[in-house]
Design a protein around this ligand. Structure first.
Ligand SMILES: Cc1ncc(COP(=O)(O)O)c(C=O)c1O
Length: 449
């Protein structure tokens, strides 16, 4: 971009909107009911749409961890494009090999070797296949409240309504109840939650279960932080029964929770870890499944029966190398931890002003605000997985009217700004949420939006 040129200058936004309306199918929407924002640029924590600047308070889809248009990542992609845009997955190249080494360096324990994919869903497919090939078993246990993506296997593994329209999915997935301290049957009793998982293992047959697959902190399916001890217990169950432990760090990975990976909050090392989103801040599609020593060794003399044309794409990996370097140089994970303290404190303070806020929970820069009709009964203000997204739409619209973008779903607001956010920007976003919550309070009191 020429010096002094505004992002988006020269874009005919009306033409973009018309072409989109005529020729683009937009996800998760009846096409006639939406008018997508025309994005013309990005600048740190801000989305640019023509003359308008919108604070990105959910890192778009909780993926733009470094914010938008980080100059070093943009330059790395351009320079890589000049040198080599693509090498077949059966060959190798510098960005792919370098990124794999850098991920191994920051990943917990002895997670060392990565199978690259083009996103999180494929990373889940890859992890499931690896666990099945490694164990010779086929069942995979997952949590009801979870989202693992939209390819057939990943979709089946997830638990919310995004599965329903495309069922049946793949065979062999068995769900169990989350250890949700706020509203699960087990409350905060971690031993009961673990006993439930072990019951499920015994009913399904310990020798049939290839893997237990979980998000360490559930993201889009409810922002659920498990009680301490849960994942240590899952680790023990996996060890006892020869089950592969897969942690899906697609959303939580690369600094989001104030640590490089959420597993570190509980000192747990999975056998396989999936990632995507934050690995290169979403600048070029990329994901992967990283495996530990024993699994890597297994595939020394067993064929890894999977592959993708774009596995480890050079442009995506070059973006990943520059992103991880920026996380380190600019102490981005440390900033996420520090700003996370502030964010958590200020969001919890909203409870005093807004009776509809039932619970505020999260870690680092990944927080959820759960809305209820009544704090005593915890009745949801909009039924999770229910037919109405009216509340979520009203809250999102109210925030957008204040130039703040916040991801909302049923009775949940997901607050997950870029990890580079400043205290002033945080306060701008929280101010908009504070005002928007008047809508939820009114809805709780009167049933009127
Ligand atoms: C935890 C988790 N896993 C997997 C996925 C799927 O990733 P993708 O959309 O890149 O396929 C997502 C997407 O939001 C996710 O949040």
């Amino acid at each position: 971009m020429a010096v002094g040129t505004k992002p988006g200058a020269g874009v005919d936004t009306a033409q973009v909107a018309r072409d989109t309306r005529e020729h683009v199918l937009i996800s998760w929407a009846a096409q006639g009911q939406i008018a997508p924002l025309v994005v013309t640029g990005g600048d740190g924590c801000w989305i640019v749409s023509g003359e308008r600047r919108i604070l990105d308070f959910s890192s778009t889809l909780v993926n733009t961890n470094l914010g938008h248009q980080h100059p070093k990542v943009v330059r790395a992609i351009a320079e890589q494009a000049e040198r080599l845009t693509y090498a077949a997955p059966g060959f190798t190249d510098e960005p792919r090999a370098t990124l794999a080494r850098m991920i191994a360096d920051v990943a917990p324990g002895d997670l060392t070797k990565t199978m690259f994919t083009t996103g999180g869903s494929e990373a889940i497919e890859s992890a499931i296949k690896i666990a099945r090939l490694f164990t010779g078993r086929h069942k995979v246990l997952t949590q009801w409240r979870s989202f693992h993506g939209q390819t057939a296997g990943a979709m089946t593994a997830g638990g919310d309504n995004r599965r329903w329209a495309n069922e049946p999915g793949i065979p062999g997935i068995v769900h169990f109840l989350n250890p949700d301290p706020y509203r699960s049957l087990f409350g905060a009793d971690v031993q009961k939650a673990l006993a439930h998982v072990e019951e499920v293992i015994w009913y399904e047959g310990p020798n049939e279960v290839a893997a237990i697959l979980c998000e360490p902190i559930v993201g889009a399916s409810g922002l659920i932080v498990p009680p301490d001890g849960f994942f240590q217990g899952i680790r023990q169950l996996c060890d006892r029964h020869g089950i592969v432990m897969i942690l899906d760090e697609v959303m939580t990975g690369f600094g989001r929770t104030g640590k490089w990976f959420a597993a570190e909050h509980w000192n747990v090392v999975p056998d396989v870890m999936t990632f995507a989103k934050g690995v290169n801040s979403g600048y070029v599609p990329l994901g992967g499944a990283i495996v530990d020593g024993p699994i890597a060794k297994h595939f020394e003399d067993h064929v890894l029966w999977q592959g993708l044309t774009y596995s480890g794409h050079a442009l995506a990996c070059a973006a990943g190398v520059a992103t991880i370097q920026a996380y380190r140089d600019e102490r981005v994970v440390e900033n996420a931890a520090a700003m996370g303290e502030l964010l958590g404190r200020e969001l919890r303070a909203l409870m005093a002003r807004h009776p509809s806020v039932g619970d505020v929970r999260g870690k680092g820069l990944m927080w959820g605000i759960e809305l209820v009709k009544d704090r005593g009964t915890k009745e949801m203000l909009e039924r999770w997985n229910g037919p109405s997204q009216k509340l979520a739409t009203a809250l999102r619209t109210a925030c957008m009217e204040r130039d703040v973008y916040v991801m909302t779903r049923w009775n949940l607001m997901v607050v997950a700004p870029p990890l580079i956010i400043t205290a002033d920007e945080l306060r701008t976003g929280i101010g908009a949420i504070d005002e928007a919550l008047a809508i939820a309070d009114r809805y709780a009191a009167t049933g009127e939006l």
